[in-house]
Design a protein around this ligand. Sequence first.
Ligand code: NDP
Length: 282
Amino acid sequence: KILIGSILAAYLAMKWTAPSFHPESLKGARVLVTGASSGIGEQMAYHYARFGAQIVITARREKVLQQVSFKCLSLGAQKALYIPADMANESDPDRVVDFALEKLGGLDYLVLNHIGPTTFGMWEGDVEHTRWLMKVNFLSYIQMAWRALPSLEQSKGSLVVVSSLLGKMPNPFTLPYSSTKFALNGFFGSLYHELAMKKSNVSISICTLGLIDTDSAMDKVRGVTNIPAYPATEAALNIIITGATRQLDLYYPWFTQVITLIKDWSPSITNYFIQNSYNYIP
Ligand code: NDP
């Protein structure tokens, strides 16, 4: 009871002290969203559009990006441009940031969200896939962040990194993906300290998400687990608000934060639940 009481008190205190969000602050904001051709990134593009932002979106599929950008304009975006890019390619992360800086005249928000497709199943030693996924999900993030930092510094901008509960808590079936998310948390958590010590103008937000109902995620977990999935559009809005209010952390849904606390207090119980939340017969 004491444990549950303290968790609830901590959660409520956090909610009450959260800075308030002013949607008008996003009107005309210059935003680059990666992985915006589908899932949470696509939903973020639509929210930014409704707030009247100027948006650049990127992913690999040009036709889909074109459709998303048309929809953004119809929803109220001041600008909606797109640039196809493959984040496994070493020069594409810089090329995308340069495009956004040139077309928008600077950046207020860099929202790093893309992920490469990955397997869902027992680790079978595919080192090459893990190396490739590290490039897409991790190295391209740090490359884009570094390229955009001078402009974000000038605009008192924000760097928003979309991560996962699987970047804080090891789970079965997603070893390469989980490794890339742990790397992101380590890098951007450390960069947060360096920017604070340098009294930088740039805020960093690291978003820890639980299971979200995007097509790519649901295709993987269907029939394998009964963990509840939360709506992509709501996850997207929460990420945007966290960036706009310059908060370091987002936990969505809220109980992902409780899970990260419990795992350190009670590892054996947590491990039992993790291993039993997947259908697996050896
Ligand atoms: P999706 O699979 O729906 O979207 C991934 C996006 O990345 C697509 O726009 C895809 O477009 C793009 N992409 C894929 N490969 C590349 C590449 N090589 N280069 C550039 N872009 C690429 O992902 P979600 O919306 O489900 O996830 C979004 C974020 O949320 C991720 O960071 C994920 O880790 C995080 N998250 C999601 C959870 C979930 O349950 N859905 C849970 C926890 C975290 P294209 O194919 O056109 O390139």
